[in-house]
Design a protein around this ligand. Sequence first.
Ligand SMILES: Nc1ncnc2c1ncn2[C@@H]1O[C@H](COP(=O)(O)OP(=O)(O)OP(=O)(O)O)[C@@H](O)[C@H]1O
Length: 200
Amino acid sequence: MIKENENQVLIISGESGAGKTESTKLVMQYLAAVNKSGNNLITEQILEANPLLESFGNAKTIRNDNSSRFGKYIELFFKNGAIVGAKTAEYLLEKSRIVTQAPEERNYHVFYEMLEELSDEQKAKYGLQTAPKYFYLNQGGSALIRGRDDADNYRKLTAAMDILNFERQEQETIVKILASVLHIGNMYFKVIQVRRILCY
Ligand SMILES: Nc1ncnc2c1ncn2[C@@H]1O[C@H](COP(=O)(O)OP(=O)(O)OP(=O)(O)O)[C@@H](O)[C@H]1O
């Protein structure tokens, strides 16, 4: 890129579980590591976008415990060979997973991570319970993933949000929205018959 002064593109493709997500992380880590002359905060922010995207866009499937349920197009911008910024576009997020999951699969990681890490006090504030209590989280019958620490990943998510300059209030709003989704999933509607008697 520096020698030819031309843009370059890397296409990482393969079936689910092939290693695209892990390879992308390695490529990004490599580019950040060799970017000695660049701005450290920018490279840190670029790397920290990853835990954020994974919590909200990855889930356990029968093929991959950390399957990306969306496509990513990442642009890295260089000036004189140093990274000066990045832009990530996501597309085709599997939205149906929010309301339904196949056996042995999970909803997006963020819900389980939040319920594992929030204090009892915070959970009480939003009326939250444990993952198996929620219809949107218990359909797959697989709330825990062996070898995956949901609580620790929630701490990494909030650390990433801090580095990416999410205000405390914005983070709180995100928790409220996630809690609302879980509560909506536990609402049941009953069909009742009403006989109307009209009196004239
Ligand atoms: N370079 C690697 N080193 C070690 N383990 C790896 C590597 N690449 C992949 N794996 C293992 O394979 C699993 C699946 O990899 P990954 O999540 O990157 O697949 P993917 O192609 O992105 O799948 P999906 O399309 O479902 O998102 C990882 O969780 C990890 O266990």
